[in-house]
Every structure is written in structure tokens, then in C-alpha cells.
Design a protein around this ligand. Sequence first.
Ligand code: LLP
Length: 387
Amino acid sequence: MFSNYTIQRFEGIETPFYYYNLDVLKQTLDACRDASAKYNFHVHYAMKANFNTKVVDMIQSYGFGADCVSGNEVLTAIKHGFGKDKVVFAGVGKSDKEINAALDADIFCFNVESVQELEIINELAAAKGKVAGVAIRINPNVDAHTHHYITTGLDENKFGINTWQLNDVADALRKCANLQFLGIHFHIGSQITDLEVYRTLCTRINEIQEWFEDHGFAVKILNAGGGLGVDYYNPDGNTVADFEAYFEVFHKFLTIKPGQEVHFELGRALVAQSASLISRVLYVKNGLKKNFLILDAGMTELMRPMLYQAYHEIENISRVAGDKENSLIKYDVVGPICESTDCFRKDVELPQSFRGDLIAVRTAGAYGEVMASNYNLRDQVQSVYSS
Ligand code: LLP
């Protein structure tokens, strides 16, 4: 819900734009910090979810680490003040240029996704006379029960190393003098709302850490990845994800040995609720079978609905639903892009809407602004902050 003051403020701003509610962001970060501190768990922010400068600066100020998936994310994290001992570099296809940049930055750890990548990092580290910290990303074959486009931990996914390849990993680690084995890493998918899935993950992590210990490798870091989901259906309800319940699962079911650190890489749960995409109705088109609201924002500003059929609440914040004049009408809410897929949602019930009305697409703080493009040579989407 936006206050009248905020809506009036929006009236004076050119649309479309992302509106960041920094109070919601703070509440979320407070909750995550407190819940993780209870068990001394380490949280790295998955930068890919949102690298808006103000958002990243605030997250950094909480003392979280940074989980990066490109050389540029590594450099951006360091520029924003994340300590190099808190920067990890993941990703299935790290280029030599990116690995070299991360080696030069002396980051804490590479999360390595294949035996070949281990050998390449070793070679590049040797050329610089350095030793690179590595964690092995293992594909635990755990079904995350989420959208198949954002499931990553099954045997058929491209991510991580399958358990049947662990002997090859051990051989490579023994041979590679410029690698220091730090631990094991997992990430089974995103927007996970069924915490049982994490219990299964804990069982797999316990088995796999035993395997490493049995083969003579001390496992210092257990990295359980990210993936905690948020409520997209009720943006004004529980705006903060249930971090307590999430961390409690790991506290209960993970075997944590003395001296071991447990790491997490949360993206969505930290930032999703803090932003909405605000746009205006350009045209109202009443067809024979359908009514369309044509917005000035589309898949170029927020791609999730078009790419994953992701659900976002859509509100006409210029009109109040409920009174007689404003009986609800079903609209297909679409963008201006020349693609049929450029539709936020079909049959959205909204008060009768008019050209110029402000439309909010809620819970858009994660994988929203970062996935914007300039397809159709669109302007870059702007950001507006609550304070
Ligand atoms: N760690 C790794 C290795 C990852 O690949 C990801 C996300 C995360 C951590 C953070 O996951 P989170 O806590 O945000 O779920 N664009 C999609 C989501 C892609 C997630 C990619 N990996 C979406 O809009 O739903």
C-alpha cells in the first residue's frame, strides 16, 4: 500500500521507474542479520538479484559478504566496500579474464563447477604466484519444487559437479598446488517456499562432507547457497521472509563440526519486497473479447512475468476499488514492446482504468531492474527512493 503522499509524489515523476522502499529493505536486512547471527551463520548477498547502488551500499553496511557471478560483479562488490575476504565468485562459465580479475582482487573463494575449471584456476593462479581458495559446487540431485527454469540442483542441470565425479575432483585437488580447498558449495534453485527441501539438502550436505573428510580433505566451509522464496501474492502482508524458520532448518539438520563455518547466498529474500515497478496507462483498448491496459512499462523493465510466467500483484494506485463507479473490470495488462509475450498478466481485476493512471507492479526488487534491457531502443529504467 502506498500512502497518499507517496502517490502524489509519483504523479510528478516520469514513468516508468522502480520505486525502492528503503524502510522495507532495512526491516528485511535487520531480520536476516538477527536470525543468522543467532547461529553464527555467514550470509553473502547474491549481487545478481539487484546491483542498484543504494541497495548494495545498504546491504554492505550490514556486514554481509558478496556472492558474485561475473568478474564485473566481483569488481563492483569490492568497489562498494565488501571486504575481499567476504567475496565469493560462482558461475558455471568463468572466463580467464574474469578469473584473473578475481585473482588480482585476492577474493576469498571461487565456487568451482567442473574439474576442468579447477585446473584452469590452478594454472592461472600459478602464473601469478598465488594460491586460490576454492569450494566445490556439488549438484546434490535435490528437487527444489520450484519453477523448472530456476531449478538448479538436479542431475540434468548444467550447474555443479555430480557426485559420481568426486574421485576426479579429489585427484585434481591433490595435483593442483596453487589451490587451497576450503569447502563444499550447493545451490538447488530459487524462490523455494517449501522448507522441507532444505532439510533434504542438509542430509545430502552431511553425506558429502563425510565423503571429503574420509578422503583426507578438511571441510572448513559448508555453503548452502540461497533460494529462500518470498510471498508474491501479498506484498503488504508478510513483507519479510521467514529467515528464522529458514536458518533453523540448517541449525537442526546440518552436521556442523567445530571450527566449521556455514555460509549462505541469499538474493531474492533480501531485496524482492523492497521495490515496485511504477508505470502509467498509455491506452485503454476495449476489444470484443478482451480489454487491454497498455502500460508504458513492459518486458524491457520487468521480464519475470514474460520469462517465467512469474506472478506479481498489479494495482491501479490512482483509483480505489470498491465504490459503485469503480466496479472491477478484467484487463490484460500489457507492455508497449512489439512481442505478443509482452504481457504482465491476463484477466487482472482492476477498477475501471484510464489513460494516465499509475499502475504498480509489486514485489519487483529482485531480478527486476537488473534484468532490464534496452530492446526496442528503450530508455534505461530509472530508480526512485523512499528517502
Ligand atoms: N547462489 C547461486 C549459485 C545462484 O545461482 C543464485 C541465483 C543465488 C545464490 C541466489 O538465489 P536467490 O536467493 O536469489 O534465490 N532470474 C530468476 C532467478 C534466477 C536465480 C539465479 N541464481 C527470477 O527472476 O526468478
